[in-house]
Design a protein around this ligand. Sequence first.
Ligand SMILES: [Zn+2]
Length: 298
Amino acid sequence: MKVLAVDIGGTALKIAETTHEGIIISSYEEPTEAKKGGTYIIDKVCRLIKGYKGYDCIGISTAGQVDSRAGTIIFANANIPDYTGMKVKAIISECFGVPVAVENDVNAAALGEAFYGAGKNEKDFLCLTYGTGIGGAIVIDRRIYKGHGGLAGEFGHILLHPEGKNCGCGQKGCYEQYASVTALVSEAKRIDSEYNNGRIIFEQLHKGNMDIKKVVDAWIDEVMIGLASLTHIFNPKCFILGGGVLEEEYIVKQINRKFSCYIMPSYRGVIIEKAKLGNKAGVLGATYIACQELKGSC
Ligand SMILES: [Zn+2]
């Protein structure tokens, strides 16, 4: 079975021809140009899809909150203007006449990891992605748990520091204000304004910069505080942590070394590992949902 998998991220738009076994036959990427808005992006997706033939279904992983049953965008923030309310599934399936499935990008990445990556042998796990913010997904019995309104898993907005830093969601003290890569960078910049991205920060760490080590270790503590809360809520067997910064071995090593200090003894033994698929997780998650949609439509 051949799938066309599209991953609409805030920065990059990826399109890949894949198989139901998760093999990527070809892939292409160009800037999303998100600021130009939802209509522009969907027009661009349609233009790109027209360049392909011989696929059985289309899967779309996209930024924004998604009603995956209807295939619409429930809400997208100002990073993608005019995307809220977009009927992505209806537009694409009408244009191309094949089954189309749409999912939020973090959920899609979790499904990619669940079926083709780090979660391949796990039934239940939690996925967290650390970047500009923090995304989350809950996988129970190899399905995404969506919650009443389809929005479960917004781990970035669990409140951990009441009266703390303002968050874009309108609250104060959300997890992502302390444990996202954005938060790490803003703390590092207090030492030197040149420490303005994760790569430079970890270069400094490896060079033995003790000021940066303090900042990184304090940030890892914040990461662990969130994971500890989630451990006590879900009692998961496994966490899969994603985001470019997790490529740094130091982070997962430190978490595995210190995590037991943050949780009750009876919860110990939780496995913490890195996502395996990197930036392919989105298109492989899109592949999985497209195959499910195709099965459902037969
Ligand atoms: Zn928030």
